[in-house]
Structures are given as C-alpha cells and as structure tokens.
Design a protein around this ligand. Structure first.
Ligand SMILES: [Zn+2]
Length: 120
C-alpha cells in the first residue's frame, strides 16, 4: 500500500472548499424539497384538474432526479472528506495506487485512478 504525503497547505484549502460545497448542496437540497409539487400544501385542498396532476407528476420527477444528483455529489464530498481525514486522499479506492494529480485537480472527489475508472 502506498503512503503519500499531500502537504496540508494543499489539503486545508481543499477541505475548506469541500465543506463550503457540502453546505451549498445541503441548501440546494432543501430548496428542491420546497420546489417539489408533491410537498405543496395546496395540493390536498385544491381540486386539481387532470393536466395539473400530470404537470405535478413531471415536476416531481424532475425534482426527484435533481435531488438524486445532489445526493450523489454530497456522498462523494463526504467520502472525500473522510479520505482526507484518514490520510488516504489521492489514493485509488480500488487498487490503492496514486490517482493522477491532473485528475484530482479537475475532480477532487475522484476515488478511482484512471485505469480503474476505465474498467468500470
Ligand atoms: Zn486504481
């Protein structure tokens, strides 16, 4: 197993950045919750026509898809923060090799090296 030392001057701002991102996503998720027509209180009382129901249905699907996206990113960020804490940041989850730094620069939450990502 490789042991790498990524300097804290790199990890600290990255941790900061990920935490900010995490907060932003949490907020976004809350907003999506509000946007979901299924959570609209008026829905129960208003006598919705069929086409309104259909619009609500597709609105709900869209919000649900967005929420799923946000959740996935949130999980990735949390996993990355844990890896930083454990000193395993930048190591491939699959083979334990170093992940290319260019790849990490583009996506710090990348958990697989290019070789393993390509195999997936
Ligand atoms: Zn790998």
């Amino acid at each position: 197993m490789f042991k790498i030392k990524i300097p804290s001057k790199v990890l600290k701002p990255l941790t900061q950045q990920l935490r900010v991102e995490e907060l932003k996503l949490k907020k976004r998720r809350q907003n999506l919750e509000l946007e979901d027509p299924f959570n609209d209180d008026d829905r129960i009382t208003n006598n919705a026509a069929v086409d309104t129901d259909a619009a609500e249905e597709s609105g709900h699907d869209r919000v649900a898809a967005l929420k799923l996206e946000v959740d996935k990113t949130l999980i990735n960020i949390r996993k990355t923060l844990t890896r930083i804490k454990l000193g395993r940041f930048g190591l491939c989850e699959n083979c334990g090799r170093l992940i290319d730094t260019d790849r990490l620069a583009i996506d710090p939450t990348a958990s697989l090296c290019i070789t393993c990502a390509a195999k997936k």
